[in-house]
Design a protein around this ligand. Structure first.
Ligand SMILES: NC(=O)c1ccc[n+]([C@@H]2O[C@H](COP(=O)([O-])OP(=O)(O)OC[C@H]3O[C@@H](n4cnc5c(N)ncnc54)[C@H](OP(=O)(O)O)[C@@H]3O)[C@@H](O)[C@H]2O)c1
Length: 441
């Protein structure tokens, strides 16, 4: 008999459930990606009848019948058993992170065991020590293989494509090292400030909220060695190996003007809303290649992108005067995903004058523009017990360890809202402003 599955959203009255999880499950159902007979159970301290819960999401017919609600964890096992026999039950903790340990304990006490999987959202701790405490707490009740740590960046198509770009296109294999690459640069810019998440953000800052997790995961995918298979453990092994050789050399922190007036922000807060970092990777492949990362809120534009700048040509032939720009590969992650390869091209009619011209791939030109939302992929994978796009305990801890020396360290400088702070590094950033529009409509 086919395995029957259930997904339980704990904290189902919250923002994440409403904006992301239920819509993602609805889309999976519409696209026939949910196994038949899967049920979706909301749970929380608030009381809802099944009817009231279904109405909260304007759930369309064909989907609303899959939704149920149970108040609290006590009695949840019996409630689910009354709906049928389920061999896989995925619990999505859409809850404050401080409750993860207690929730795992309550689920275990309620009698959930081998059939259960637990999805948790970042932050996975606040630093190395608290991440370790959380991992120890969770593994008292469930095995590591039952714990799914979400990094929704890993489920973005343009991020998954990094491994394909690197390992399915032999043209790039010989250049993917310090012999040919001059630097790696990553940006993650948001045009909005902290909006209504001021209290959460103020306790974290941009290094914890974006860089330590999402951007370091991107860097791992960009720099890890080839795994022997696409098996989750093999990929995680390679990511950890490269992560453990990374070192943060400096971190400059900035805060936008007017941040203190945001709702939920503590008076006198020194939380950074923008940071720029320099890292190195101390292994033979990446020796001497600096990595620069910038992330911030209230920037002049929105966009996440990765730039790989290759080493310049020697000063002969077309580059006698050193004017030919080195090749660049730019991965556009969001909002409009694609890849641009900047190449030198002869300007027609001119005597070997050279211009930088983009060769580009845009998702919207090559594929159906309807790219599934990250949560759809993650929920589907968790239901199917595929851990490839989830973060292991070891990765989470190694990533915190990397940031140990720079978290909250040093002074915080101000910057004008909706402007990019002037870099403190004497380094020539790629002119990323040339690329964000490359794949726009
Ligand atoms: N919202 C986002 O866009 C977003 C993005 C990234 C990560 N996350 C993470 O996802 C998780 C959920 O986010 P959210 O924005 O949905 O959170 P939320 O709205 O603050 O809380 C979700 C639900 O958790 C329950 N809850 C609150 N305090 C609790 C407590 N002390 N003990 C037990 N239950 C409690 C509440 O439901 P009841 O009162 O009914 O129990 C609440 O509706 C958090 O870990 C957050 O960091 C959220």
């Amino acid at each position: 008999m086919a395995e029957r599955k259930a997904i339980v959203i704990l904290g189902a009255s919250g923002d994440l459930a409403k904006r992301k999880l239920v819509p993602a499950l609805n889309a999976l159902n519409q696209n026939k990606r949910l196994d038949p007979d899967t049920i979706i159970v909301g749970s929380g301290r608030t009381f809802f009848s099944d009817q009231a819960f279904r109405n909260r999401f304007n759930a369309p017919e064909g989907f609303r019948e899959l939704l149920y609600y149970h108040q609290g964890i006590q009695g949840l096992k019996q409630f689910i058993e009354e709906k049928g026999a389920f061999s896989r039950i995925v619990f999505f903790c859409a809850l404050p992170p401080s409750t993860y340990g207690q929730t795992a304990q309550e689920l275990r006490a309620e009698g959930f065991g081998k059939e259960a999987a637990l999805i948790i959202e970042k932050p996975f701790g606040y630093d190395r020590a608290s991440a370790q405490v959380l991992n120890t707490e969770l593994t008292k009740y469930f095995n590591e293989t039952q714990i799914f740590r979400i990094d929704h960046y890993l489920a973005k198509e343009a991020v998954q494509n990094i491994l394909v770009f690197r390992f399915a296109n032999p043209v790039f294999t010989p250049v993917w090292n310090s012999e040919c690459i001059e630097s790696i640069q990553i940006n993650a810019f948001e045009s909005e400030g902290v909006a209504d998440r001021g209290a959460y953000f103020d306790s974290a800052g941009i290094v914890r909220d974006m860089i330590q997790n999402h951007l370091i995961q991107l860097l791992c995918l960009l720099t890890m060695d080839v795994p022997v298979s696409l098996n989750a453990e093999e990929i995680q092994k390679k990511k950890i190996s490269v992560l453990k050789t990374m070192q943060v050399l400096s971190c400059n922190r900035f805060q936008y003007q007017g941040y203190h007036d945001e709702k939920g922000v503590a008076p006198g807060s020194t939380t950074e809303t923008f940071a720029e970092l320099k890292l190195v990777i101390n292994n033979p492949r990446w020796k001497g290649v600096p990595v620069y990362i910038r992330a911030g809120k209230a920037m002049n534009r929105k966009g996440t992108e990765i730039g790989i700048r290759l080493k310049p040509l020697p000063n002969l032939l077309f580059n006698e005067k050193g004017a030919v720009q080195p090749n660049k590969i730019v991965f556009l992650i969001q909002p409009m995903p694609g890849i641009v390869l900047d190449v030198a091209t002869k300007i027609p009619g001119k005597h070997y004058q050279i211009a930088q011209t983009p060769m580009k791939f845009c998702y919207r030109d090559s594929f159906d523009s309807n790219i599934p939302e990250a949560y759809q992929k993650l929920l589907e994978d968790a239901l199917n017990n595929d851990r490839t796009l989830f973060v292991s305990a070891k990765e989470a801890e190694a990533s915190w360890e990397l940031f140990g020396p720079v978290l909250d360290a040093g002074k915080v400088e101000g910057y004008e809202k909706f402007a990019l702070p002037f870099t403190r590094f004497s380094f020539d950033w790629i002119d990323f402003e040339r690329y964000p529009g490359a794949c726009s409509k």
